[in-house]
Ligand binder design. Structure first.
Ligand SMILES: Cc1cc2nc3c(=O)[nH]c(=O)nc-3n(C[C@H](O)[C@H](O)[C@H](O)COP(=O)(O)O)c2cc1C
Length: 316
C-alpha cells in the first residue's frame, strides 16, 4: 500500500506473526523511470524471512520490460502487475485500474512480459473499470498467459473503496481462472478469513487495511485454521502496537520533526480507528502533537479488555 506498507511495517507485522508473503507498493513505470532507491533498499534489506513480490504499474511496454529485467536482478520472489489502482493520478495516464478499459493493451503487456519474467508473475486486478461487464473477457484473457496467480479485489475501479468487496464474484472468477486466485477486499475477521480459505476455491488472501488495523490477524487466522480460538489483543497491547508503529514511521532527520510524523501516523490511524471506534478516530484526527496523541491513546486503550479490531458495519 502506497506510503503505508514498507519494510519497517513488514518488520513490525513479523513481531505479531507476520504474513506468508509481502508485496511492495507499486513501482511506477514509464520511459526512463527507475525502480527508485527507496524501494530497491527495501527489497535488498528485506530481512523478514518472507518472500517479497515487487509490484509494477505502467502501460509503456518497453519500459515495463526494462524494469521487469532490472527487478529480476534483485532478491525478489516474483513480479506483480497492477491493474487495479483507482487513484486519479494513475488512471489519468491509463495505468493501474484504467488498463481494464483497454484489454487489448493488457494482452500486449502480458504477451511481452510473460516470456521475459522467469520468476513467478502475477496480476492484481479489480472486477472492471466502470462496471464488471467485461470481467469474464478479462479472465479469459488472463488464462492465456500462464500467470502464476491472480489477485482479485472485488470492486470495480470506479467504486474506489466504497461499498463491499464482492466475494461471490471473486469465487466465481476462481472457478474460471486456471491459475491460483488470491482474494482481496475488506478482510478483517480471522473467522471469515479462515472460512474462505477452507471452503472456497481461493488459494489465498491478500489483506491490506485489515493488517494495519490488526497486525495479529495473520496469526489469528493460523490459530482458527488449527482449530483454536483466536487470541485477541487487549487494549494495552493495541496501545503498545501504536507506540511501535510510531517508531516504525519515524524517518529520523529526514522526517522533518514532530508535526509531519504525527500526520504520517494518521494514515495508519485512519484504518486502526475503524476497529476502535468513531470517538477515537475523531480525536486522533485532530491531534497535532505526540503529547495529545499519547493522552488519546491512553484514554481509549489503557485497559485489559480484549479487542476484536473489527470495524462496525457501514450504514448503506
Ligand atoms: C492507502 C492505500 C494504498 C494502496 N496502495 C496499493 C498499491 O500500491 N498496490 C496495490 O496493488 N494496491 C494498493 N492498495 C489497495 C490494497 O492493496 C487493497 O487492494 C485494497 O485496500 C482492498 O483490500 P483491503 O480491504 O484488505 O485493504 C492501496 C490501498 C490503500 C488504502
Amino acid at each position: 500500500m502506497q506510503d503505508v506498507t514498507d519494510l519497517a511495517f513488514w518488520r513490525l507485522l513479523e513481531a505479531y506473526g507476520g504474513a506468508d508473503c509481502y508485496v511492495t507498493e507499486y513501482i511506477r513505470v514509464y520511459p526512463n523511470s527507475r525502480i527508485g532507491p527507496e524501494i530497491e533498499r527495501q527489497i535488498r534489506d528485506n530481512d523478514t524471512g518472507r518472500p517479497l513480490v515487487a509490484q509494477i504499474a505502467g502501460e509503456d511496454i518497453p519500459s515495463l520490460a526494462r524494469i521487469a529485467e532490472d527487478l529480476q536482478r534483485l532478491p525478489i520472489a516474483g513480479i506483480d502487475l497492477n491493474l487495479g489502482c483507482p487513484a486519479q493520478v494513475v488512471c489519468r495516464k491509463n495505468v493501474g485500474g484504467a488498463l481494464l478499459k483497454d484489454l487489448a493493451r493488457v494482452a500486449d503487456i502480458l504477451k511481452t512480459l510473460r516470456p521475459l519474467i522467469s520468476l513467478p508473475f502475477s496480476v492484481k486486478c479489480r472486477l472492471g473499470y466502470a462496471d464488471s461487464s467485461s470481467f469474464e473477457d478479462l479472465l479469459g484473457l488472463l488464462n492465456q498467459y500462464q500467470l502464476d496467480w491472480v489477485t482479485i479485489h472485488g470492486r470495480t475501479v470506479r467504486r474506489g473503496y466504497a461499498g463491499q468487496s464482492d466475494w461471490e464474484a471473486i469465487e466465481k472468477a476462481a472457478r474460471i481462472l486456471t491459475c491460483p486466485v488470491v482474494g482481496n477486499g475488506d478482510i478483517s475477521s480471522p473467522l471469515a478469513a479462515a472460512r474462505i480459505l477452507r471452503e472456497s476455491p481461493l488459494a489465498g488472501l491478500m489483506i491490506g487495511r485489515g493488517a494495519v488495523r490488526n497486525p495479529w490477524i495473520f496469526s489469528q487466522i493460523r490459530q482458527v485454521l488449527a482449530g483454536k480460538t483466536p487470541l485477541l489483543p487487549t487494549g494495552s497491547q493495541v496501545m503498545e502496537y501504536l507506540f511501535r508503529l510510531r517508531e516504525a514511521t519515524d524517518l529520523g532527520p529526514l522526517g522533518r520533526g514532530e508535526q509531519p510524523h504525527v500526520e504520517r501516523i494518521k494514515k495508519f490511524l485512519n484504518f486502526i480507528g475503524d476497529g476502535i471506534g468513531a470517538d477515537f478516530l475523531y480525536a486522533v484526527r485532530r491531534a497535532s502533537s505526540w503529547s495529545e496523541m499519547e493522552s488519546i491513546w491512553a484514554r481509549f486503550l489503557d485497559h485489559d479488555r480484549p479487542m476484536p479490531l473489527i470495524p462496525a458495519p457501514k450504514l448503506s
